[in-house]
Design a binder for this molecule. Structure first.
Ligand code: KIV
Length: 276
């Protein structure tokens, strides 16, 4: 069984941690089969699965639907539910209640962004209540407007030290790991080398304890935009399009459905309907 200790063990053994996102049952089944170390039901689903422009338009109740679907598909995986925008920022009570909803829906842990005093207290309250927390620093999409847009973080030694200081606070508050998003590889290396808990990089180079990417990005299912840090392993969008065009042609040409995909009425019944 995978737990937060599995993450620490992988880091301590110098083995990279492999994480991916999933939003639905059938993708979760594939990730489960591939024995991925951790699955994040990320709020990126607002953009990737629901077509919104950013991650602001998804609520906790909507997230729970996707978490339940992923949990049904990935029975052996460690599943992390991403706390969406404003689902934990209003009060400790709200944050704790919503983190609890993620766990009762089947997630093994939650992820939340930032490291101010309020967030640190919330992390402590969650971990004390049995809810493991994965932190998220660097570029934090829910803070995009206050960060001044989609920008690489930690570009100077001073800024890297500031992220490390935040990461240490998350570690002390009880986070079992921290996502480092969008920063130079060497900044992420410095942060990783100065923490006990694992770092999970996204657009943060190869020195993190592990990596996470959006599954729909690396499989080419989502094609609206491709960040520089994404490597495409296949082109699902093109494969789907080709299959669907072929299906369309076969229906138009009366090739599909053939006898193979049809059910036959018994002879006597055909006769009654004058079909023979
Ligand atoms: O929502 C998301 O997918 C994320 C990333 C870290 C992958 O937060």
């Amino acid at each position: 069984m995978k737990t937060i200790s599995s993450f620490q063990k992988l880091k301590d053994n110098n083995e990279k941690i492999v994480m991916l996102t999933a939003y639905d049952y059938s993708t979760a089944q594939v990730l489960d089969k591939a024995d991925i170390d951790g699955i994040l039901v990320g709020d990126s689903l607002a953009m990737v699965a629901l077509g919104y422009e950013n991650t602001y338009n998804i609520t906790i109740d909507e997230m729970l639907i996707f978490i339940k679907a992923v949990c049904r598909g990935a029975k052996n995986s460690f599943i992390i539910g991403d706390m969406p925008f404003m689902s934990y920022n209003l009060s400790l009570e709200q944050g704790l209640r919503n983190a609890g909803k993620m766990i009762s829906s089947g997630a093994n842990a939650v992820k939340l962004e930032g490291c101010n005093e309020y967030i640190l207290t919330l992390i402590k309250r969650c971990t004390e209540s049995g809810i493991p927390v994965l932190g998220h620093l660097g570029f934090t999409p829910q803070l995009m407007n206050t960060l001044g847009g989609y920008k690489i973080q930690g570009k100077t030694s001073e800024k890297t030290e500031a992220i490390l200081s935040c990461a240490k606070k998350l570690q002390d508050a009880g986070c079992f790991g921290v996502v480092l998003e969008l920063m130079p590889a060497e900044s992420a290396k410095y942060i990783t080398n100065n923490l006990h808990i694992p770092t999970i990089g996204i657009g943060a180079g190869k020195y993190c304890s592990g990596q996470i990417v959006v599954t729909d990005d690396i499989t080419g299912k989502f094609t609206d935009f491709t960040p520089k840090f994404v490597k495409k392993y296949t082109h699902i969008h093109d494969i789907l399009l080709k299959s669907i065009q072929e299906y369309k042609k076969e229906v138009k040409d009366e090739i599909f459905p053939s006898e193979k995909e049809s059910f036959e009425l018994v002879k006597e019944e055909k006769e009654k309907l004058s079909l023979v």
